[in-house]
Design a protein around this ligand. Structure first.
Ligand code: MCA
Ligand code: AMP
Length: 514
């Protein structure tokens, strides 16, 4: 057991802080546009923001909801929230007012932090939900949050937390229905971070290229915890830019991305063996990595991408091996269950599947979340009687123990690493005048892996304009949820039970994007 997990304070921040290097003046984060933050800066600034939160006298377990552009200060706000013992609730920057209203009303955060650009509409939503404090934070180090924090002490005693205390809530639609807040505890986050530190061979001198958004598990937990728990420097990109990431590779050793990031880098002529020769590890996850991408990356760079699999509810579950002693990294598979994770495949009746037999993936372990926020019934449904979480992913385990995901029982589209829940989009389309019904299905896409397209049926006598439907949805929904194409059809194919046969629609449109 590592010294961090045996310490009396189970606060994740205590473990991260304990891993800071002795030389606090060394650089911890360097932004691609030239700013440098030392470890001392991280410590002091997170203490100041934590002291501001403490001064607000929030209730135990208060949620801090944050919808801001990616910046080092946004990460500091996350660290400060942990440090002060509150619950961090990150929100995708693409969310529009209806989406934000749902999350804020559901989570009842005591603090909302948004950009000054969005404050005119986020502020009233927060007030309506009785949020006591609204701050702004912009990606140029301005905003009321930092103005107020600047007046606070830079010394702060890390709040004492128990392992099962909540650290974060991540909204996800899980297997079905409306978005649910997955409650993650300090134990969930720290145990997973410690396992990954060992499993991926994090080592002294590692430098992480951080180019993912920081409102999801991948960029916020896997990447940031990985670097901080190893006392490793991050090269920080506010936005993914393939040319810039490739240009900085000679200064780094680790990169994490969703498949779209790898596809986009492969399109750059500057991606060469030479440019990647100091890199130690390329990790992919959040969506299936095509075998073509896996193979092309090997040929172009000499590196074998390590693919892993996780969820908002569980953080990381499986990983391809890091060392060849553990086995080869196999494209098309997501590797082995991580140490401490128990993974099994069951048929629809709950019976155990044999080796290589396809079934529902169920998991348990210290990384599995504490349940959905204020949805005990829903939580119960998603767990088996013996405590395994039903992932909604369909897969198999081979004779060597490699896990392959072959599909999903949940109706989910993963587009460029973002989740799109058809039921949500269909709900919006069905409310439009003249619409009888609709179906959103995922089809292959060369850049985003998969994208949603809509098939819409008009009411009797109504005429629909596909482009006008898409235009209507823009402004209501986050941009990545907007169907990339819309088709008007006379009806939807149904089976004898009356259920829409989405597989048929997927087949019909599978070559739409080449
Ligand atoms: C942007 N667009 C998209 C997406 N992103 N469309 C579909 N899917 C997307 N993911 C559209 C916009 O709507 C816009 O369309 C146009 O592309 C340009 O938008 P822009 O914002 O400029 O796009 P971008 O900056 O090029 O973004 C692409 C991206 C981004 C870099 C691939 O989507 C991204 O950062 N994805 C990573 C997501 C991620 O971190 N997932 C981890 C989840 P228009 O012009 O028509 O308006 S964590 C997770 O899943 C688990 C637990 C795990 O295992 O890790
Ligand atoms: P989220 O709800 O954002 O946590 O997304 C979790 C889902 O992403 C999982 O249930 C999987 O369906 C999918 N996912 C994550 N990593 C992978 C991967 N490497 N391959 C295939 N699907 C993945």
């Amino acid at each position: 057991m590592s010294p961090t997990s045996s310490s009396a304070n189970a606060n994740l921040f205590a473990a991260l802080r304990a891993a800071f290097p002795h030389d606090l003046d060394a650089i911890a984060v360097e932004t691609d546009d030239g700013l440098a933050y030392s470890w001392r800066d991280l410590d002091r600034a997170s203490a100041m923001i934590a002291n501001l939160l403490v001064a607000l006298k929030l209730k135990e377990g208060a949620r801090i909801a944050v919808q801001v552009e990616k910046s080092v200060e946004a990460m500091l706000l996350y660290l400060a929230t942990l440090r002060a013992g509150y619950v961090f609730l990150p929100l995708n920057t693409a969310y529009q007012s209806a989406e934000i209203e749902y999350f804020v009303t559901n989570a009842e955060p005591e603090v909302v932090v948004c950009t000054s650009r969005n404050a005119p509409w986020v502020g009233p939503i927060a007030q309506k939900a009785k949020t006591r404090h609204v701050f702004t934070l912009d990606d140029d180090r301005t905003g009321t949050l930092l103005e107020m924090a600047a007046q606070c002490s830079d010394e702060h005693r890390i709040a004492v937390k128990k392992p099962d205390d909540l650290a974060a809530i991540l909204y996800t639609s899980g297997t079905t229905g409306r978005s649910k807040g997955a409650m993650l505890t300090h134990r969930n986050l720290l145990s997973n971070a410690e396992v990954l530190k060992d499993y991926w061979g994090w080592t002294h001198g590692d430098v992480l290229l951080h180019a993912l958004p920081i409102f999801h598990v991948h960029g916020l937990f896997v990447a940031i915890h990985g670097a901080l728990l190893n006392g490793s420097k991050m090269i920080w990109f506010a936005k993914f830019d393939p040319k810039r990431v490739i240009a900085r590779m000679p200064e780094a050793t680790v990169f994490m991305g969703v498949p779209t990031l790898y596809v986009r880098m492969l399109a750059e002529p500057t991606l060469t063996h030479k440019q990647c020769e100091d890199m130690r590890l390329f990790i992919s996850g959040s969506a299936p990595l095509l075998i073509e991408t896996f193979t092309e990356w090997q040929q172009r760079t000499g590196h074998t991408i390590l693919e892993r699999y996780g969820m908002s509810e569980t953080i990381m579950l499986t990983s391809n091996p890091y060392t060849s002693v553990q086995g080869a990294r196999r494209g098309g598979t997501v590797g082995f269950p991580l140490p401490g994770v128990s993974l099994r495949v069951r048929d629809d009746q709950g019976g155990e599947c044999a080796t290589d037999e396809i079934g529902n993936i169920e998991v348990s372990g210290p990384n599995v979340f504490a349940g959905y926020w204020r949805m005990p019934e829903k939580t119960k449904e998603e767990f088996t009687a013996d405590g395994y979480f039903r992932t909604g992913d369909v897969g198999k385990v081979d004779g060597l123990g490699y896990v392959t995901i072959v599909g999903r029982s949940k109706d989910l589209i993963i587009s460029g690493g973002y989740n799109v829940y058809p039921a949500e989009i269909e709900g919006y389309i069905n409310e439009l005048p003249g619409v009888a019904e609709s179906a959103l299905v995922g089809v292959p896409h060369p850049d985003f892996g998969e994208v949603g397209i809509a098939i819409v049926v008009p009411r009797a006598g109504a005429t629909l304009d596909a482009e006008a439907i898409v235009a209507e949805l823009k402004g209501k929904l986050a941009n990545f949820k907007i169907p990339k194409r819309c088709f008007v059809a006379e009806d939807l194919p149904r089976n004898t039970m009356g259920k829409v046969q989405k597989a048929l629609l997927r087949g019909q449109y599978k070559n739409l994007f080449g």
